[in-house]
Design a protein around this ligand. Structure first.
Ligand code: GDP
Ligand code: MG
Length: 441
């Protein structure tokens, strides 16, 4: 994968006191091949490599970082740059309804996205309405009605149902209906074709002209690789769009589309879809995507998901505890339980720094591991959970017996807990991730 390839490119720099031009050239070459193999567009790769070389060779020598870390830092910053820098949020209209139109090839994930956006907008306190303006595909209307129902969001559809009617009229009628019924965001699903064609573009631009959208989101399947650039350019010309949504990022082993589309079109990537479920969706964060590509661990996403699984109050209380150094094993137990609610441990581990590599080994092991940790903590008295320092040798033996584990398991858990506690305190103090190169932008 791109991630492995970049890691191996950096490996050769490790332990070097000073980087020669030859070192930089060799690393740049490896990064270049890695990016091309990941289907990143050629001009994007060319610019990227030129900047890396220039900055690595240039004056940016820092006392705090060794040369390898310095290069990783530069690559990270450049990756964030080509992914768009800052997150671009939806621009809501001053006078509702805000109109969001979706465009893209058939199968790109537009209808699914309509449901995901509907759910997400509702979560943001909006009152969205989805509009079935794909009258091309049989069942397209029904499909939108199904996702709308899953999302708990109103769907506006032509009375005649699937496959008949004028999509421009449907879209226009939908806006009036939304205004009348006080829906403040309208998401217009449109038809796609398997390939780019003039009729499709015409229909999409007619709908656009009729509804004057505040945002046109171009949805692109991240797995289409090299074709991504050409498709994006065709839609930019044919319909124009204000933002990009990458779909099927879960299936993309290579990441090339993500890295090309924003540079080539100059339009920001605003959202990412990572699965078929309505919850497999989030605002796109260039910095997090970059750190995921570099396997620096997506700590921010992890924290955000953890916070969602907790209620907000709980999260605030935990943060306070961590700051004050009073985070206990009881809190840890609650976190583990919340985490198992959010998804498999492997997914979680994959987001932790450096865990990318060993997560495969852990794949069929970690859920049992979690059960074991739970059993150990549950075998402790409340006092032990709240003051882990009191857990001495004889208590460890009792806990091991009570939980059906070995004393060494209990030792390991307690020690790992202390290490985690220390790390969290350091992070809370604003010191960043200990032991990690400073990757701040
Ligand atoms: P449309 O033709 O653009 O409206 O595309 P659809 O929304 O109908 O999606 C096409 C297929 O891709 C469906 O089977 C979806 O379930 C699937 N799909 C959409 N988004 C994602 C995603 O992010 N990940 C995965 N794995 N599948 C997706
Ligand atoms: Mg569709």
């Amino acid at each position: 994968t791109l991630q492995d390839r970049l890691q191996s490119a950096f490996k050769n720099l490790r332990g070097k006191g000073r980087l020669s031009e030859a070192d930089i050239d060799a690393t740049a070459r490896e990064i270049r091949v890695a990016l091309l193999d990941a289907d990143v567009a050629v001009p994007v790769v060319r610019d990227f490599i030129a900047r890396i070389k220039e900055r690595a060779t240039g004056s940016e020598v820092s006392g705090a970082l060794n040369p390898a870390q310095q290069v990783i830092k530069i690559v990270n910053e450049e990756l964030v740059g080509i992914l768009g820098g800052e997150t671009r949020r939806i621009r809501f209209a001053k006078n509702p309804p805000t109109v969001i139109m979706l465009a893209g090839l058939q199968g790109a994930g537009k209808t699914t996205l309509a449901g995901k956006l509907g759910r997400w907008l509702k979560e943001q306190g909006k009152s969205p309405m989805l509009v079935a303006a794909d009258l091309q595909r049989p069942n397209a209307v029904t499909q939108l009605q199904v996702v709308g129902e899953q999302a708990g969001v109103t769907v506006f559809a032509p009375e005649a149902g699937n496959g008949v009617g004028d999509p421009v009229k449907v879209a226009r009628d939908a806006i009036s209906e939304a205004t009348r019924t006080l829906h403040d965001v309208v998401v217009v699903d449109t038809a796609g074709r398997l390939g780019i064609d003039a009729e499709l573009m015409k229909q999409a631009s007619d709908i656009r002209d009729a509804v004057q959208p505040d945002e046109v989101l171009f949805v692109i399947d991240a797995m289409i690789g090299q074709d991504a650039v050409q498709t994006a350019e065709a839609f930019l010309e044919g319909v124009d769009f204000t933002g990009v949504v990458l779909s099927k990022l879960d299936g993309d082993a290579r990441g090339g589309a993500a890295l090309s589309v924003r540079s080539v079109t100059g339009r920001p990537i605003m959202f990412a879809s990572t699965g078929e479920k309505l919850t497999d969706f989030d605002v796109f964060h260039p910095d997090r995507m970059a750190s995921r590509i570099l396997d620096m661990g997506d700590v921010m996403t992890l924290i955000e998901q953890a916070e969602k699984a907790f209620d907000a109050e709980q999260a605030a209380a935990d943060a306070e505890k961590i700051m004050g150094g009073s985070f206990t094993l009881q809190d840890f137990l609650k976190q583990i339980e919340a985490m198992s609610k959010m998804g498999s441990m492997t997914k979680i581990l994959g987001m932790l720094p450096g865990m990318g590599q060993i997560k495969d080994q852990l794949a069929d092991f970690d859920d049992r591991e979690v059960d074991k940790i739970k059993a150990i903590i549950l075998s402790m008295t409340p006092a032990e959970r709240n003051q882990p320092k009191m857990i001495d040798g004889s208590r460890r033996a009792r806990i091991a017996a009570g939980s059906g584990t070995q004393v060494s398991d209990v030792n390991q858990l307690v020690e790992r807990f202390f290490a985690a506690q220390k790390m969290m305190q350091q992070m809370a103090k604003g010191g960043g991730m200990p032991g990690m190169p400073n990757l701040g932008g």
